[in-house]
Write a protein that binds this ligand. Structure first.
Ligand code: GDP
Length: 423
């Protein structure tokens, strides 16, 4: 959905220098690369300019926190600024309300109504679907079929009934349902007749939620569509077809340009193919990045100063054994498994995916480690098949569990080996 954007942003920041201060030259090169990545993703130019300005301002001359490299510092700044671009209040649906979906023809309104109805249905919230598109009987049929396929009630269609009468008829059922979702007629272009009809409908319905459905594939033209609809009291945007879109930069542009929250993303044609807006989740997906600050905070909290100092001393000498792993595990136990530590490290998404049994519990791992001899913990390479069988027996696990732990240990060792030398 975000194509190369995450990879490009990550590689831009990873090429930062390794000195103790971020230099103007480092920044300029990195910002140039980020600019290209954002342009390729179809982010609007004014948004890119403002974004880069803020990153530069914060990064320049910033002293490097002892335990972080310059690329990690920039990474954090880029993360925070990207989050600021998309940070909306969490999505909440008003109780006992009408929801109106408006938008151009083909933008995905009917599909969106199905998605909302499906979402409420899974939450056991009673919902009625209503088609306000008497001009296209096929659209009415589409909504009826959709509603029935997900087990949600659909207002019966009365042939020849005008749209305002249908709206009033639907309101008579309002007290029986928590939500009444209205699908409206679209046009190929915004015109006065459409606006007038929508305004009159809203006068009747007084919908608390008016969602403008936009096809994300039209890219930056979305801002024109939103502006055209903005004479209408919109409460949010539903962006459709993100699954088919490899330049989803529009997501990063909308808040800055129009200050209208995106509430839901369509990620496929089926009722279950959607994602409610969640800024952190979106940014994590864009950047394939865990929250570095969280890692630093958690690690700092978990390791006592003394242990931390000892660990750093050993790392500086290139030493990390299974005994150190036990120390780390004791300290990090609250985090719920080694995979959660890995998740916090930028770019580890792919490594995590390659790890099977991601959530091996600490308990099992600790049992394995304590069944090993000190010599084995110091040098796990000596763990041949017969030693592994002995450890498996002693810890009530399997040789496969031991191999998985050793693979994880190897991966962590590799990551830790990449930490800069502390002075
Ligand atoms: P409407 O005219 O605004 O009601 O648009 P529809 O809901 O009928 O959608 C138009 C077309 O887009 C249909 O073929 C839908 O299946 C398709 N569509 C809608 N939302 C999505 C989406 O999120 N992803 C994909 N791939 N297709 C979608």
């Amino acid at each position: 959905m975000f194509g190369r954007l995450g990879t490009a942003l990550r590689s831009a920041v990873q090429r930062m220098g390794m000195g103790s201060v971020i230099t103007q030259k480092d920044i300029e090169r990195t910002l140039r690369e980020i600019r290209v990545a954002l342009l390729e993703a179809d982010v609007a130019l004014p948004v890119i300019k403002a974004f880069l300005g803020r990153v530069q301002e914060q990064a320049l001359g910033k002293n490097i926190v002892r335990s972080l490299r310059p690329d990690q510092v920039i990474s954090k700044i880029v993360y925070d600024e990207t989050l600021a671009l998309v940070n909306n209040a969490p999505v909440q649906w008003a109780k006992n309300s009408c929801i109106l979906a408006v938008g151009l023809q083909g933008s995905g309104k009917t599909t969106l109504c199905g998605k909302l109805a499906f979402m409420f249905q899974t939450q056991k919230i009673s919902t009625l679907l209503v088609s306000l598109d008497p001009y296209r009987p096929a659209a009415q049929t589409q909504l009826t079929v959709l509603g029935h396929s997900i087990g949600v009630d659909v207002l019966s269609v009365v042939p020849g009934e005008d749209v305002y009468t249908t709206a009033k008829r639907a309101l008579t059922y309002k007290s029986s349902y928590e939500h009444v979702i209205f699908d409206t007629a679209g046009r190929l272009h915004v015109d006065t007749a459409l606006m007038q009809e929508l305004t009159e409908l809203q006068n009747i319905l007084r919908a608390k939620e008016v969602l403008l459905v936009c096809d994300s594939l039209i890219g930056q033209s979305i801002t024109e569509v939103i502006k055209a609809f903005s004479q209408f009291p919109l409460t949010g945007i539903a962006l459709s077809k993100l699954d088919a879109n490899h330049k989803a930069g529009v997501i990063l542009s909308l808040k800055s340009l129009l200050n209208l929250p995106i509430k839901i993303l369509g990620t496929g044609e089926k009722p279950q193919d959607f994602m409610l807006w969640d800024a952190k989740r979106i940014v994590n997906r864009i950047l394939d990045q865990g929250d570095l600050t969280e890692l630093v905070e958690k690690t700092t909290q978990a390791l006592s100063k003394e242990t931390q100092a000892q660990q750093l001393q050993r790392l500086r000498q290139g030493i990390f054994t299974l005994d150190d792993l036990i120390l780390q595990m004791n300290a990090l136990q609250k985090m719920g498994g080694l995979s959660s530590l890995l998740k916090l490290i930028p770019g580890m998404g792919t490594v995590l995916e390659s790890l099977q049994n991601k959530d091996t519990s600490f308990k099992k791992e600790k049992a394995i480690l304590s069944s090993m001899t000190p010599k084995e913990r110091k040098d796990p390479k000596i763990l041949d098949a017969s030693r592994k069988r002995r450890v498996a027996k002693g810890s009530g696990t399997t040789v496969q569990d031991i191999n998985q732990l050793l693979t994880r240990f190897g991966n962590i060792k590799k990551i830790l080996g990449n930490l800069p030398n502390k002075r």
